[in-house]
Write a protein of this length. Structure first.
Length: 439
């Protein structure tokens, strides 16, 4: 379908000048992680901003350092930021009014002068006393358009927005499709989520490093499969909460949980080569499937490192979760050797088809009536009577059961109807939500 392609406004600057704070001040829907620490933002985030009848896509990037670095994470973060600069129509070059002009600001300014995009110099932290002495130091950077703000306290943000909208180019009409469905990658730190994301997209979208915690915010991008646009999200690794003592990691976990709530399908990655399967990982699976009603697939990564004796141990480790695992699909994969990577997208498509299917009301009612006759259910010797069933939604499949006394239908009784449905239809990886009502 035809859709308006909005102008792109990209926030750039060195680390820790307040870029993400400014992004959060302007964005209502997407929130960047902000801490008084260098290098918190490593990838990019975006959101649509509307002001005075005009709209634009706002992009937050990681801090740029143009100096040579042996750190692969900083190098990839810089590469992503530079790519977003190339795409921008307007660039908000943020500098720190409290610290004053530094060499890195001059280096970034030289880079920005080479681009055709309009550049606005945004001098942040003017609410701090020391900034008064530094506010004119930035004149030498050569940008005629500038704005003094406090992103933390919202000072002069309206002036900045008016500055932006008065210089926006006209939007373009382009062919764009909304995603057919959303898939997120979930798991502990360093299990291969970012590597898998890049393999599925067939390009480097996520920063990959052996260092745990490389991905700090949920990052979304699309892949086309069977003429459908699928949105994939790479998320920060999640550990058990008692292990999360760092404030940054706590915010990363929050980012992951937001992405989970907004997704349709969850791919849970587990390190199959680990000495012991963490209980937390299967608790994540249970939470996604049973509590959030998300379609679920488990991928045991690093299959190239798994020895035969470890496979037997893995089977033993997951025995107590068999009640859940027998409902879903699992794959042994390797992001290093590409083992079974080609099977993931077809399996995801089949999972979505099952997750979004709709049942015939008469067939559903007859199925449950036959099951009730075959095995009558009781509550304290009182016969439970089933009358009819109908599906009210898909993704997740939600079915209303009409019965004689709803309060008599507890978890075990509802679970019986779920087993009947699963025996009749292929619902692997698909949660079923039941609502019990009187006739």
């Amino acid at each position: 379908m035809k859709k308006t392609q909005l102008p792109i406004v990209t926030i750039v600057g060195r680390t820790n000048v307040g870029k993400s704070t400014l992004f959060n001040r302007l964005s209502e829907n997407v929130k960047a992680i902000t801490l008084d620490r260098e290098g918190v933002t490593r990838d990019f985030l975006s959101d649509t901003i509307a002001w005075q009848g005009r709209s634009f896509n706002l992009v937050d990037t990681g801090g740029i350092s143009l100096r040579k670095t042996m750190d692969p994470i900083l190098a990839q973060s810089r590469s992503i930021a530079l790519d977003m600069i190339e795409r921008a129509d307007i660039i908000l070059f943020v500098v720190d009014g409290e610290c004053g002009l530094v060499t890195e600001d001059r280096e970034i300014a030289q880079l920005l002068h080479k681009h055709a995009a309009a550049v606005f110099l945004v001098i942040n932290k003017i609410d701090i006393k020391d900034s008064e002495d530094n506010k004119y130091d930035f004149d030498g950077l050569g940008f005629s358009k500038k704005c003094f703000i406090s992103a933390a306290h919202g000072k002069n943000i309206v002036d900045l927005l008016e500055f932006i909208v008065s210089n926006l180019p006209e939007p373009k009409l382009v062919e764009v499709n909304e995603p057919a469905y959303k898939v997120m990658l979930l798991g502990k730190p360093n299990v291969g989520k970012s590597s898998l994301m890049n393999l599925l997209l067939q390009r480097d979208r996520s920063i990959v490093s052996p260092e745990p915690g490389t991905t700090r915010e949920a990052l979304a991008d699309r892949v086309k499969f069977y003429q459908e646009d699928i949105e994939f999200s790479d998320t920060p690794g999640v550990r058990r909460m008692r292990s999360v003592t760092d404030s940054l990691e706590g915010l990363m976990v929050q980012s992951t949980m937001r992405a989970l709530k907004n997704s349709d399908i969850v791919l849970l990655l587990i390190d199959g080569s680990s000495d012991q399967l963490a209980d937390q990982e299967l608790k994540l699976a249970f939470y996604a499937f049973e509590s959030q009603h998300k379609a679920l697939m488990i991928l045991y990564n690093k299959a190239d490192l798994v020895q035969e004796d470890r496979k037997a141990q893995l089977d033993h480790d997951i025995e107590e979760y068999d009640f859940l695992l027998k409902k879903i699909i699992t794959f042994n994969i390797s992001c290093k050797t590409d083992k079974n990577i080609g099977k993931i997208l077809p399996a995801v498509k089949e999972l979505w088809d099952r997750y979004s299917q709709r049942f015939n009301q008469n067939e559903l009612t007859q199925l449950f009536k036959d099951a009730s006759i075959k095995r009558p259910l009781y509550h304290n010797k009182n016969l439970l009577t089933f009358y009819s069933a109908h599906q009210i939604s898909t993704a997740p499949i939600t079915i209303v059961l009409h019965v004689n006394v709803p309060m008599w239908f507890g978890k075990s009784q509802v679970a019986y109807y779920e087993r009947v449905l699963r025996q009749k239809f292929d619902l692997r990886g698909v949660p079923i939500k039941f609502i019990v009502r009187s006739r």
